[in-house]
Write a protein of this length. Structure first.
Lengths: 203, 203
């Protein structure tokens, strides 16, 4: 099962919980959230113990189990490197906090931004990165820096003990195998749309 | 084959072309870009005509074919709705332009932003959305608006004739079936990382 699908199910279950729904069948889940019902059934079969024959799954129990698997049953302190437009947007993005990711420290090169606070979160100079990440026990970093700064920043993060990097910079990074790297390429999402518009059948 | 993988291959081939590489085997491609080699071989087998036995694939020919399939052999005019932090970051994101997506018009509610230009791109009031999108023949829209504005904006876009929407707002949208919708949930990417950090084996 891909981890991404687990995240999607968790979101659906959170929504159902907010709506006061106690139990849900895989078919209801699929219909309500436009998912592939065969896939949902197959995936949720792994979580048989949360299912009740003829009723479906306990929404809260299944949600809690998925959150535990995804590491969302705790708070993760996150370092944000780069506080330009994208960095600011990511800082204010509500979705991270809701899933337990708290931006604990921001780093930027620009002296005008450093030594301030944004909503109680301190902004440090990039030179303080190693010290602050170690002192705060931060394991996850989000990189929102220009492409040319990406590799040096990644090297600093790795030296500081970061174990997972979410990279928004349009650059391929070389990092040790024991550090998890996820690259977010925003234009790939647009390409899946242009694919459909470009198809001869929809012209 | 998922469309996303086609996008990834296209990027790899672009990189090889920039590096002056003329031909590549599926194994070289997989090794160089850390891809699953069995998957690459299977996927590229569809494009047999661009392959040469014992040599591999012609980089430029295969790249051009993939770009054509993805609709990247032309320019797409794109509307950007919402010009806050995220909207600004998306506007300045180099990756869109490189793949042929040109932001042709920006829309925002804030009167202080309207009637200006950013790098020759006009900013309009949301009230002008229908008129400008029709006049400019825009088919793709990127939504970077707050959650509560998302559905009304999506309705406006659909009425204006938009055929594909890339939605960054953390809100589920109801749109007609003939309009393509892609939702970007930035926290899902972080969850795939916390999953690995949370695994007992890596604790």
């Amino acid at each position: 099962m891909t981890i991404r699908r687990l995240s999607v199910y968790t979101r659906c279950l959170l929504q159902l919980e907010e709506d006061g729904v106690k139990t849900v069948s895989s078919q209801e889940l699929a219909e309500r959230f436009n998912l592939n019902s065969a896939q949902v059934r197959k995936d949720l079969a792994y979580f048989g113990e949360f299912g009740v024959r003829g009723i479906g799954y306990y929404v809260s129990g299944l949600k809690a189990e998925l959150q535990r698997i995804l590491g969302l049953d705790r708070e993760w302190a996150v370092a944000l490197v780069g506080f330009g437009n994208l960095g600011s947007a990511l800082f204010h993005y509500k979705g991270f906090t809701r899933q337990g990711f708290r931006i604990a420290a921001i780093f930027d090169e620009d002296p005008a931004k450093v030594a301030r606070e944004v909503e109680s979160t301190p902004i440090f100079s990039s030179r303080e990165l190693g010290r602050e990440i170690k002192a705060r026990g931060i394991q996850i970093a989000i990189m929102a820096v220009p492409a040319e700064a990406a590799q040096p920043v990644a090297d600093l993060l790795v030296s500081a003990g970061i174990r997972a990097i979410l990279n928004f910079a349009p650059a391929r990074l070389k990092i040790p195998k024991d550090v998890r790297l996820k690259h977010v390429d925003l234009s790939i999402e647009l390409e899946t749309l242009s694919f459909y518009l470009a198809k001869p059948s929809s012209r």
